[in-house]
Design a protein around this ligand. Structure first.
Ligand code: NAG
Ligand code: NAG
Ligand code: NAG
Length: 189
């Protein structure tokens, strides 16, 4: 399974990577890494996975934290704040192999359409990037077919990362609120 994930995650990497795992390094190793940084080639990596946002049932991965008195009357849930810990998988099926998790917060911040301001980390828990993270921030107008969020940083293999994530909803059950969202992440690091 590890090998499959490795292959798929690396599929579109432009420059072959020779970096050892760096997450959990101590300060001296990090200093050394930083000193060599100006002489290193920048890598461009394409990551592809699916996020499972589960609102319904006994084990939701998306839970409301707080809302204003007026949120319940708002057609756009304006003022709702929620936490997510959504599993990320290789394919659209929930049992297609775990890549990692999307952990963070979002707030409903538009009066005109359902749009969330999101701030979360993609935490890799398997394969080549296990232990590394990418930090994602941006506006997510959830009902549109495509959305674009910014990759503003990262850790481990993805230190100093920047890039973009294109989101595309694969399935959305408007009764339960559950959704599967395809992620194409292009990252320089
Ligand atoms: C919100 O609703 C509660 C309960 O009805 C009320 O006590 C409180 O004053 C309301 N807050 C605002 C800001 O309207
Ligand atoms: C990922 O890394 C953690 C912490 O180093 C380790 O405990 C775990 O076994 C690793 N998982 C996989 C699937 O390699
Ligand atoms: C959508 O969610 C409802 C309520 O949980 C469920 O009854 C229904 O089967 C779901 N539809 C699909 C296509 O999964």
């Amino acid at each position: 399974m590890d090998k499959v994930i490795y292959t798929i995650l690396m599929l579109c990497s432009i420059v072959p990577t020779a970096l050892p795992m760096v997450h959990g390094d101590g300060p001296s190793t990090k200093k050394n890494w930083f000193k060599k940084l100006p002489h290193k080639n920048q890598k461009a990596t394409h990551l592809h996975f699916y996020l499972h946002d589960i609102v319904s049932g006994p084990n939701p991965t998306n839970i409301p934290i707080a809302m204003s008195n007026s949120t319940a009357q708002s057609p756009t849930y304006f003022g709702l704040i929620a936490a997510i810990d959504d599993p990320l998988t290789l394919g659209p099926s929930p049992d297609s192999g775990i890549v990692g998790r999307a952990q963070g917060l979002f707030g409903s911040t538009s009066l005109e359409e359902i749009a969330f301001h999101m701030t979360f980390d993609i935490v890799f828990t398997n394969g080549k990037y296990n232990g590394s993270t990418l930090t994602v921030v941006g506006r997510n107008p959830f009902l549109r077919e495509y959305r674009e969020l910014s990759i503003v940083g990262g850790s481990g293999v993805f230190r100093l990362a920047r890039g973009t994530a294109i989101l595309n909803t694969v399935t959305y059950n408007s009764t339960s609120g559950d959704a599967v969202v395809e992620y194409n992440v292009m990252v320089l690091h």
